[in-house]
Ligand binder design. Structure first.
Ligand code: KIV
Length: 334
């Protein structure tokens, strides 16, 4: 896949426009032994950043019911909500490199009860949500639906193992496939979905040995979450990898940031500056002088390379005055 200069750097913008990730590219990555990186996204701002970072697939997951809406599970998420978030993510990707593939989750009861409703809802994620593929949870029983969707031109990502929409039937968020019969069923599900035309398969919450066997047997890429390192790719919920929730520390999540601390610290610094009158200063304010003719603080900011928050037409524009030094909430300890 074509990365631009800076590929492999820790924080740089890596992906370049013009190398859209498609299901064909993903199959190629599997064949070449290149790992696939997928992450969830729910809004334009994070989608833009994740696309710029070079993420291969952005999943607009129904996990938004938990991390955005604050529910205990994903069951209440609606089609309209999925479309709303898919569209926001699509705008974010379009505003960045446009490279990441956008996959939209079909939420609970949007595809389980009737085939024509399932087809219509998958179509809505593509037409209205601007997703480029859909994901659905479930095994061989959905092979006919997957096949129909694939034939009408909607790429489908399957999802087996710990399927959160079946939370109540599974008796909780429990690892699946430890017992031999269950493992064989999951293998059969994987084969059935691949044969039906699914372009990829999420393996969630299963033993890594089982994930390795399924990955080796399937022609399509597997994307693991809590399924070990032998999958063709990995997915994490963005808010988990960013460390947004200090109470949520499952074994399968690796935290790459501690946003809980960083966000609180930034907002605490802002609050203190508002209360003390340290913010805003004249540099964050407008004068009666027309833009460009200012002689006061705004002119000094512009001269120093800052962005004055007013365009030539007088419109309010984005300001980039740099980051303030944050005062750690806890004396620097995390
Ligand atoms: O909804 C979601 O975010 C998911 C991933 C965790 C695979 O299904």
């Amino acid at each position: 896949m074509g990365y631009g200069p800076g590929s492999g750097s820790g924080s740089g913008v890596r992906a370049v426009r013009g190398s859209k990730v498609t299901h064909l590219a993903l199959r190629n990555m599997k064949d070449q032994g290149e790992r696939i990186a997928m992450v969830t996204a729910y809004d334009a701002s994070f989608a833009r950043l994740c696309d710029q970072a070079g993420t291969d697939i952005l999943l607009v997951g129904d996990s938004l019911g938990m991390v955005i809406q604050g529910d205990d599970n994903t069951l209440a998420v609606t089609m309209d909500e999925m479309i709303y978030h898919c569209r926001a993510v699509a705008r974010g990707v379009a505003a960045a490199t446009g490279r990441a593939m956008i996959v939209g989750d079909l939420p609970f009861m949007s595809y389980q009860s009737a085939e024509d409703e399932a087809l219509r809802n998958a179509g809505r994620l593509i037409k209205d949500g601007k997703a480029e593929a859909v994901k659905l949870e479930g095994g061989a029983e959905y092979a006919p639906l997957v096949s129909k969707l694939a034939r009408i031109g909607i790429p489908v990502m399957g999802h087996i193992g710990l399927t959160p929409q079946s939370l109540h039937a599974l008796g909780g968020f429990k690892i699946q496939g430890r017992e031999a019969g269950q493992a064989e069923r999951l293998k059969a599900d994987a084969q059935a979905l691949a044969a039906a035309g699914a372009f990829s398969l999420v393996l969630e919450g299963i033993p890594h040995e089982l994930a390795a066997e399924i990955t080796a047997e399937l022609p399509i890429p597997t994307i693991g979450i809590g399924a070990g390192p032998e999958c063709d790719g990995q997915v994490l919920v963005l808010y988990d990898l960013l460390g947004m929730n200090e109470e949520f520390r499952p074994r399968f999540v690796k935290r790459y940031e501690n946003f809980a601390v960083r966000v609180r610290t930034a907002v605490d610094t802002y609050i203190n500056e508002v209360r003390s009158g340290e913010f805003p200063t004249a540099e964050h304010s407008f004068s009666r002088e027309p833009p460009g003719k200012e002689r006061g603080p705004a002119a000094r900011v512009a001269a120093a390379g800052g962005v004055v928050a007013e365009s030539d037409s007088g419109d309010f524009a984005l300001a980039g005055l740099g980051c303030v030094q944050l005062r750690p909430l806890n004396g620097g300890r995390e």
